[in-house]
Design a protein around this ligand. Structure first.
Ligand code: SF4
Length: 268
């Protein structure tokens, strides 16, 4: 049985442990400090929009979008994390708590109830095994982010030892994976700046829905210098947008699936 991560993830990390050579460490404040006063969040820095106009809409214009894939993604995330959050409680209480959680979900998610139950059972099993094996896991820990130019606190979904883990609904292919790499590099740098311990790996968990059943697919990310620098560039780019308030262009964007499209093309 896997203890949160499948066996191959642990084996891989152990076999290449110590091989990641990185100059850009979170404790190198001369390298990772920001030139801007504005402090974006990790999700700002890893925004999917090529021009980062979504960040400008959220942080400068202050528009709010919700619904659709956001609602489902958030529910999947909450269901998976629930048993980890309460893994030291009585199992029956955790099950009852899960039922309460799903009753509070948006009615548009009613058709996913059976899926949520199956996903919860899988997460509960993983949470119980990891408790039995004393794997240290924190759920959405508050990691200080200001030292690396981010918001006061950043919250990776899970911290397994010193390994940040991001959990999301599977969608979006390789582009979405690049975003995860940027986000997890930001968490790694924040953890390094906080505790002064190197964080060389992170893990992305994608939760899929196949014929109503949950699928879990894990990807390991080596937090090398290329990713660390990409994160810092993305952070500076969005910090500049927030600080100066300049409107990024929509040129070349034909993304009709973007939840902000209505604000970019006025519904055209
Ligand atoms: S519609 Fe295009 S330009 Fe507008 S926020 Fe979305 S991706 Fe960016």
């Amino acid at each position: 049985m896997s203890v949160l991560f499948p066996r191959w993830v642990w084996d891989y990390i152990r076999s290449v442990g110590g091989e990641v050579v990185a100059e850009v460490r979170g404790w190198r404040f001369d390298v990772v400090g920001s030139r801007f006063l504005a402090r974006p969040s990790v999700s700002d820095a890893s925004s999917p929009c090529p021009s980062k106009r979504d960040v400008w809409l959220r942080r400068v214009v202050r528009v709010r979008v919700d619904g659709g894939v956001f609602t489902l993604g958030r529910a999947v995330h909450d269901v998976f994390l629930y048993p980890f959050r309460y893994r030291d409680r009585d199992v029956l209480d955790v099950v009852k708590g899960f039922e309460r959680l799903t009753h509070g979900f948006d009615p548009q998610l009613r058709g996913y109830r059976d899926f949520f139950r199956k996903l919860f059972r899988r997460a509960l099993t993983l949470a119980m095994y990891s408790l039995e094996d004393s794997i240290p896991i924190s759920v959405e820990p508050m990691v200080p982010g200001a030292a690396i130019g981010l918001s006061d606190f950043v919250k990776p979904d899970l911290l397994v030892g010193f390994i940040p883990v991001d959990i999301s609904l599977a969608s979006g292919g390789e582009k979405s994976f690049e975003r995860k790499e940027i986000a997890l590099s930001g968490y790694a740098l924040a953890i390094e700046s906080w505790i002064g311990h190197p964080v060389d790996f992170a893990v992305a968990l994608y939760i899929g829905i196949v014929n109503g059943d949950p699928t879990l697919s894990w990807r390991i990310i080596r937090i090398d210098d290329v990713l660390r620098r990409s994160f810092l560039e993305a952070r500076d780019r969005v910090a500049m947008i927030i600080e100066h308030g300049e409107e990024p262009s929509t040129d070349g964007c034909s993304n009709t699936a973007c939840p902000y499209a209505i604000f970019c093309r006025g519904g055209k």
